[in-house]
Design a protein around this ligand. Structure first.
Ligand SMILES: Cc1cc2nc3c(=O)[nH]c(=O)nc-3n(C[C@H](O)[C@H](O)[C@H](O)COP(=O)(O)O)c2cc1C
Length: 398
């Protein structure tokens, strides 16, 4: 067995947490929370991944407050869901795995119409394209009080998650979500101490991180997913992203996961492979949204052919900048050869689509060095976030 294959499957520590191996199931919004309540299907999904042998599985999307959800079919961290969350975390533990939750706030692109008079808020006023059909066409700018409030929500959500059995949390600093809207110069046009130079644009994300650390204590692992680039005009560049990683490292984050792109403006940068557009058109219920997708779709869903390890160069730049934190590679690590390459240079690896195609991938790959999982990056699983039953690999359909 090569030393890198051995490293991949051997136990490893992440701050105070012992993992049975270095493979982490990436956060992939499951869409299995009807009306915001974590369903039995969500538990079954993570139980199966744990039975399949991953070291750590990540539950997505754990909104830090009700208004931090894109849609009401997402859960937010509060006492009303405790029993189901505890059932989920203990199901993973019983299967020998550990469980993390991706904490986030969607900021300016909410489509959630649960609360009358609610207006999505981000760093600066802007059109909320995804919210037009829901009657939320504009996003406003967060006041200092709004920022203080969401920072407190990060704290309270982390406290809730730790007490409900999560072994780690992953803070979402990327993909155009609320914290990255402040990091990106495209969406943050503020002139106060939360806008302008990167150190100011990082003020709110770093406050959120500090609040999470305060809630969970020094030994509890905090991972952070961030963007290597927004891939849009005027957005975050890799030069600045490397500094973002440095600031997160200095602030005491335990692991950095460098990804890229933004869900609302350039999603294909983070996936690569077949466009999501045709399947999303099929699944989108709103005629208005389908019309919008037809008009703006080509610009939004750009063509990025799939290749293995597509974030390798950017991840190396981040690795060279950070001093303390572990680096967790993500993006097109789906063959054993790629996983060994990753282990040569990084500490952990996150896998998304490979484990959607084959939740038992780890066991299968441990048993057979030549195992091939068969995901062809058709990306239909990603479009399934619009499906009422949530995500699945359609290639596995009988
Ligand atoms: C169905 C699906 C849902 C996703 N949802 C999320 C999410 O909620 N949060 C996130 O940070 N990334 C999300 N992603 C992106 C993945 O975490 C990961 O960055 C991407 O799939 C690349 O990794 P892979 O090549 O191993 O699949 C999602 C991906 C898929 C396929």
């Amino acid at each position: 067995m090569s030393q890198y294959r051995e490293k991949l499957f051997a136990p490893a520590r992440l701050n105070g947490l012992e993992l049975r191996n270095r493979i982490i199931r990436a956060a992939t919004f499951e869409g299995k929370c009807p009306n915001g309540y974590p369903g039995d299907e969500l538990i079954a999904l993570h139980r199966e991944v744990a039975q399949g042998g991953v070291g750590l599985t990540t539950v997505a999307y754990c909104a830090v407050e009700a208004n931090g959800r894109v849609k009401k079919e997402m859960m937010y961290m509060h006492e009303g869901i405790r029993s189901q969350v505890e059932a989920l975390t203990s199901a993973v533990h019983q299967a020998g795995g550990k469980v993390s939750g991706q904490m986030g706030h969607c900021g300016n692109f909410s489509q959630n119409t649960d609360f009358r008079g609610f207006r999505p808020l981000g760093p600066s006023p802007m059109i909320n394209l995804g919210g037009i059909a829901a009657g939320l066409p504009f996003a406003g700018a967060m006041s200092h009080k709004d920022i203080d409030h969401v920072v407190q929500c990060f704290h309270d959500a982390a406290l809730f998650m730790k007490s409900a059995g999560f072994d780690a949390v992953e803070v979402h600093f990327g993909h155009g979500y609320g914290l990255s809207q402040f990091i990106s110069p495209r969406t943050n046009r503020r002139t106060d101490e939360y806008g302008g130079p990167l150190i100011n644009r990082m003020r709110y994300p770093l406050r959120a991180l500090e609040a999470v650390r305060k809630a969970v204590g020094d030994e509890f692992p905090i991972l952070g997913k961030m963007g290597l680039t927004d891939g849009i005009k005027g957005g975050l560049t890799t030069d600045e992203a490397v500094e973002v990683a440095g600031l997160l490292d200095d602030a005491g984050i335990d692991a950095i996961i460098p990804s890229g792109g933004t869900s609302s403006m350039n999603p294909m940068l983070l996936f690569r492979g077949d466009s999501l557009l045709p399947s999303m058109l099929e699944l989108e219920k709103s005629a208005f949204m389908r019309f919008g997708m037809r008009v703006f779709g080509k610009k939004m869903f750009r063509n990025y052919p799939y290749e293995e390890l597509y974030f390798l160069d950017g991840a190396r730049r981040v690795r060279d900048r950070i001093k303390r934190a572990k680096l967790c590679y993500i993006g097109g690590a789906s063959t054993m050869q790629s996983l060994e390459t990753v282990m040569r240079e990084f500490d952990f690896v996150q896998m998304g689509r490979t484990l959607i195609k084959d939740p038992l991938f780890v066991k299968n790959a441990m048993a057979d060095p030549n195992y091939v999982n068969g995901c062809d990056h058709c990306n239909k699983c990603a479009a399934m976030i619009l499906h009422p039953e949530g995500i699945r690999c359609v290639r596995n359909d009988p």
